[in-house]
Design a protein around this ligand. Structure first.
Ligand code: MG
Length: 166
């Protein structure tokens, strides 16, 4: 097994749609970014890449690439799954946002991410916490994600079975 963590934060801006975990969330503000600003998927992508030892999302999806302007983060996650070829065991995510309240969206986000990662809904954990007026309150949304993957089979010599004379 291998574990990875990811973090992302984007600023909130009026008049743009809010996407988290590939789900459209009712809100008068959305997350500004080069893509659709889905910070939850971006954190997940970095967790996947980290667990796979394949760097970070900026390496594959630079925010200077005009082809990625406004792209759906769902597409970026699909590409990340191809890059890592990871067999995901489970993920655990935290959304750090003053508002909107997200609990009613947990089920939809779990369903969406489970389908994208090809795992059971029960292997996708999503929760949210509010900054209670501190820090980035109301100006942005930050997301954290931990991801466990099965280790790919490699021809690694088992050093424990080697004689000390080798
Ligand atoms: Mg991002």
């Amino acid at each position: 097994m291998r574990v990875g963590i990811g973090f992302d934060v984007h600023p909130l801006e009026e008049g743009i749609p809010l996407y988290l975990g590939g789900v459209r969330i009712e809100s008068d503000k959305g997350l500004r970014g080069h893509s659709d600003g889905d910070a939850l998927i971006h954190a997940l992508m970095d967790a996947l890449l980290g667990a796979s030892g394949k760097g970070d999302k900026g390496k594959y999806f630079p925010d200077t690439d005009p082809e990625l302007k406004g792209i759906s983060s769902v597409k970026l996650l699909r590409k990340t799954m191809k890059i890592t070829n990871a067999k995901v065991v489970n993920i655990d995510c935290i959304v750090f946002a003053e508002k909107p309240h997200l609990s009613k969206y947990y089920g939809r986000i779990q369903t969406k991410l489970a389908a994208l990662l090809k795992i059971k809904k029960s292997a996708v954990s999503v929760k949210a916490t509010r900054p209670e007026g501190l820090g980035i309150a109301g100006t942005g949304i930050a997301c954290f994600c931990a991801c466990l993957i099965e280790e790919e089979k490699r021809d690694v010599p088992n050093i424990h079975n080697k004689s000390l004379a080798d």
